[in-house]
Write a protein of this length. Structure first.
Lengths: 304, 276, 304, 276
């Protein structure tokens, strides 16, 4: 029987599959249900300092090839996380939890890091996919290496928890952004967030999403995720939560061979349901058996 | 692994007919084989504005109905629509009510719940079930679907209003208690209820008194409707109202801290149903 | 019967489908065969000034959701284009032809523009977006608005032919790049080129492509293409060859509603064969009939 | 539209057995139900190095063979491999040779063409066809598959060598001319040929003389093997060797400017087969 256990920044996961942020992540009960279904860990939906109103429905749609969403990062804010989500998740805590936080100013990011640390998550993940209100072009933090590095530095100073940066693939060179963050003390990365996407209903002649455009995820983006993980691993050698288009146990192994240590899974739920986590773990075990892999350490980054 | 072909984009349908059920409620009829079962819901889209879940009030494979109560921005916008206008539809989604030939059913409806319950009664009476249809309303003007219900075979309509303007004065749970007191000994007796959560909880309690199994139409804030966003998760099992529900068995809900106590809004924040 | 004819920079196309660059574009006979199968126009495989050696096989692979290629822009150079491809295509020329050119220096781009103009193509397309071609800053030209604008300016000075810029989606804001090119005299755009992609064979534990990484195309990228076209159209109002993941007549209509005037189709050939062009045109006609669209002008950019 | 499930990623197979056909040719045997038909090809991948098209020399649904002649980097690398080594395989691709029970076939092979032609002969003899198997080689040492061919029922082997070291001295086309002169009157007579393009063109000319239909195994530079890249397009029809071929009818090729005249390299540049 292969050992699927992996350590990520010193945190032990019973298997490398981790629920990606924003899927089934609104409440502690929902997160625990995902663990019950086989995931090795969970990530919270992005948490803001204050309550944040998202976009109106439709907030997502999918086809067999991809999924597009514009939920708009709706969240009840840090208060709910501190009073409800974390206390409830941490009582007979079933597996590690990654706190994903988001803000539109560097100052808020630092404050949030300080606040969320008190909730005792295992890992803190900065969602830099949100536009920087201070930047004159209003580009997302992780589109500009210097901005990403600055946020990393400020947050790093606020916590001793493992700090990982979630990067957007919508840049010409993701490795440069990753290196800049690593230089400021990032412990690892989560890649990728969604690509740009839009769908138009030709009968209505209107964009499907009320927000018009959204984020592209699902089966169609797997090669972009594998490429990003490969490049970030090569550039930094830091641990990575490889995320994007993972649907099967084979997909998990593929992105791990590119350099991922944990594997984020979100849109899969749309195709296989939450039970998919358990099925994927079985698929991994089967492949490891057949291919004589005793420990996943053997395959992390092996395709480099 | 085989990925099932999965497409959640919309069908564009034109409204074929609109029925005025009461001053605040309209039924929209669409000619399209949606294939919905009693208790399931569909997502209704007004492009550029919003999209909401709506129960299927009738579906015979040729046309289906949606009955909408005017309470806020979206339902009001729906009430502005005319025959021939286009809306986007996706679904059917969720679980449905299950019953067999000749069973005895008590359907307890509150508010627009009478509409989806009519769909149950329609199918049940066709299957030769004995149906007691209970509707509770604040007053006469808020009743709906009564004529349609009366036209169904082996279906008995029971009404209660808080002001006694029609039917029994008081709460519908009292009527249910009566019925179960007489007939709970009948085998295969089942209670289905759709309405305000506080009412459904009271219905559940009555059923417990008579050890009668009950199923509820749960209504939680929904975004995706397909089990992805987690918005409709119910504490503390994390069951999803959109895929594990909306029709859920009372015995699985009875003990839940959330049941009849609070809802969550679009941001996932709790709102208590009763001032604490 | 709907009129599928469209004019693009004054050039008349019998229907908006155009063969994308790099697919079935090695010889004039192959290009003519694509027109015979129903396409409204064709684009040549990227042409270099001198012969250019591409990557070794495997140069491409696909799944039901996407396709990844790293052909490496192999080409026999301008000499072959001038002596063989264009003379042969232009004798009883069946439809408009877009000359796609590529270079790794601004100087070569200008020289090529001058040379290719002599071949009398209907439109000249600058491939500034191929992830396989990098300037000395290590980025494709169209990843940097200033570079893209400079190349546009130099090439603009060399030709009176309609000049369009093919853009990469691997940037954080494609509209900014497009605006910069428009300011220097670009007549239109082609979007998108491929996204970054990589696939790993888990049994071999090696990247599938000999070049390791490649360009992602096919069904999974359609939402990225629609989004890019929507943004470029909003920002410049210039004509666009909407390209990326187009598989059906409905897809063509969708990207036209986003703002495309012509629609580039490449990877579709992998799924439906070259006959797919004719089938797609029929699907468009059917939809236009059913929806009372008499002229495609009615739908271009209608979803804006 | 329905997109057929399409996956061009590789199967990883281990070499089960290697046969030395002659000093420059080896046959690689794989245990895998590839499902190839005579005339079709597969793509063989050596990770990190290169991938090339190779004809299927045999396939009985349990195992298949690939016979490779050592001419350059890739084929040499293949010759370095040992039993148990892994290679990647995708396919089968392309068109195949078609024949019916009891037909009369002349198979004309040059170079490694004898291997794929053996697959034709194997199936044809099983179907009770009468097969004349013609092999042309420069000399005795370059012959291959002769023993396998001799073991086939209702199959007659004819050999020619330029130096006369075995069989008739001269060109194989002379032998074909003889055979057709005797037997072209037989109905259903068909000629299949696989070898250097110049040889196949000569075979086609002989067939024209006797109005005998002929099919050729075309070999053009291939990259994708699946009809996408356009590398293998044939002038001036633009037909693709990888999907419209490799097996093509002579009457469709006869008039083509490219036939027997030039090949294109990986950059699409022309190379004439004979100095002009
Ligand atoms: C499974 C299900 C079936 C439903 N069936 C019907 C039906 O048959 N007829 C009908 O009139 N209504 C139905 N609803 C309610 C409907 O979806 C809307 O909530 C209602 O139309 C109010 O929206 P509004 O914008 O008009 O008012 P708002 O002022 O926006 O909302 C009024 C109240 O409705 C609830 N609500 C709002 N949006 C949602 C949402 N997306 N999901 C769940 N609750 C929400 C909130 O508790 C809010 O306080 C159903 C809801 C669910 C979950
Ligand atoms: C349909 C088809 C079936 C084939 N079947 C066989 C077979 O059964 N046995 C066998 O030994 N060889 C076969 N080949 C040829 C084989 O694909 C290689 O061309 C050969 O192995 C030479 O490659 P190399 O690297 O060893 O030598 P190189 O020096 O690279 O090439 C030698 C010559 O082979 C030709 N060639 C090279 N690469 C390709 C390519 N990708 N496609 C087509 N031609 C190429 C070129 O004309 C070149 O001049 C087949 C080719 C095709 C197209
Ligand atoms: C519905 C939905 C909501 C998402 N919300 C968030 C979010 O709140 N924060 C975040 O960092 N990423 C969010 N994402 C991105 C995912 O976490 C993940 O990075 C991306 O979807 C790619 O992985 P996948 O293909 O497995 O879904 C969301 C994705 C989806 C589909
Ligand atoms: C095999 C292949 C080769 C390509 N070669 C080129 C090229 O030479 N020049 C270029 O500008 N784009 C090239 N592209 C990109 C396509 O022109 C197109 O922009 C992209 O594939 C998206 O469209 P699609 O999804 O319809 O293929 C190539 C794409 C593929 C699949
Ligand atoms: S509404 Fe999204 S999970 Fe139920
Ligand atoms: S080899 Fe690519 S089209 Fe034939």
């Amino acid at each position: 029987m292969a050992n699927l256990e992996v350590k990520f920044c010193g945190v032990k996961f019973s298997n490398p599959t981790v629920l990606a942020s924003g899927i089934l992540g609104v409440t502690a009960s929902s997160l625990k249900n995902v663990i019950r279904n086989g995931a090795g860990g969970v990530t919270t939906k992005s948490i803001w300092l204050e309550e944040h109103i998202g976009h109106k429905n439709p907030t997502m749609f999918g086809t067999e090839h991809y999924f597009v969403n514009a939920v708009g990062l709706s969240d009840a804010g840090m208060k709910k996380a501190a009073e409800e989500t974390f206390p409830e998740y941490n009582k007979n805590k079933p597996a590690p939890i990654i706190a994903n936080i988001v803000a539109s100013s560097m100052e808020d990011f630092a404050k949030l890091t300080e606040e969320i640390t008190k909730c005792d998550p295992d890992i803190i993940e900065l969602n830099l996919g949100c536009p920087n209100v201070e930047d004159q072009h209003g580009k997302p933090f992780s589109c500009v290496a210097a901005d990403a590095a600055k946020v990393t530095k400020l947050c790093r100073a606020m916590t001793k928890k493992p700090l990982i940066i979630k990067l957007t693939p919508n840049v010409s060179d993701i490795a440069t952004v990753a290196k800049a963050c690593a230089a400021e003390g990032a412990d690892g990365f989560c890649a990728i967030n969604t690509l740009y996407g839009m769908g138009i209903d030709i009968n209505m002649r209107r964009p499907i999403l009320t927000n018009k455009s959204g984020g592209l995820s699902g089966p169609g983006i797997k090669p972009s995720a594998v490429k990003a993980v490969y490049d970030i691993y090569k550039a930094t050698k830091l641990p990575i939560v490889g995320t994007g288009g993972i649907m099967t146990g084979e997909d998990v192994l593929e992105i791990m061979m590119a350099g991922a240590r944990l594997v984020g899974i979100g849109t899969m739920v749309n195709y296989r349901g939450v039970e998919g986590f358990g099925e994927i773990v079985k698929e991994m075990e089967k492949w490891c058996e057949e291919n004589g892999v005793k420990d996943l350490e053997e395959i992390i980054g092996v395709a480099q | 692994m085989h990925i099932k072909t999965f497409d959640t984009r919309f069908k564009t349908l034109r409204i074929k007919k609109i029925l005025e059920e009461n001053p605040t409620t309209k039924t929209f009829i669409f000619e399209y084989p949606l294939g919905g079962k009693p208790g399931q819901f569909a997502m209704i889209w007004l492009p550029g504005f919003d999209e909401k879940p709506m129960s299927i009030a009738f579906d015979d494979g040729k046309e289906f109905w949606i009955t909408i109560c005017k309470v806020g921005p979206f339902s009001s916008a729906m009430h502005e629509l005319n025959v021939g206008d286009k809306v986007g539809i996706r679904g059917p989604f969720g679980t449905s009510y299950k019953f067999k030939k000749g069973e005895n059913l008590a359907l307890v409806a509150g508010g627009y719940g009478a509409a989806p319950m009519y769909f149950v009664a329609y199918e049940a009476s066709n299957m030769g079930c004995h149906v007691d249809f209970l509707i509770g309303a604040r007053n006469k003007d808020l009743l709906l679907y009564t004529h349609k219900i009366l036209s169904l075979a082996n279906t008995k309509l029971h009404i209660s209003t808080n002001d006694g303007s029609v039917g029994v004065q008081g709460f519908i749970t009292q009527v249910l208690d009566q019925i179960l007191a007489d007939s709970h000994s009948k085998k295969d007796y089942k209670v289905f209820t759709c309405g305000p959560e506080v009412m459904m909880k009271a219905v559940g309690d009555v059923c417990d008194k008579y050890k009668t199994p009950a199923w509820l139409s749960m209504e939680k804030y929904m975004k995706c409707g397909i089990g992805v966003c987690g918005q409709c998760a119910i504490d503390d099992t994390g069951a999803l109202c959109c895929v594990d529900g909306p029709v859920m068995e009372w015995k699985k809900l009875r003990k839940l801290p959330e049941m009849g106590e609070y809802h969550r809004d679009a941001q996932g924040k709790k709102h208590y149903l009763r001032a604490k």
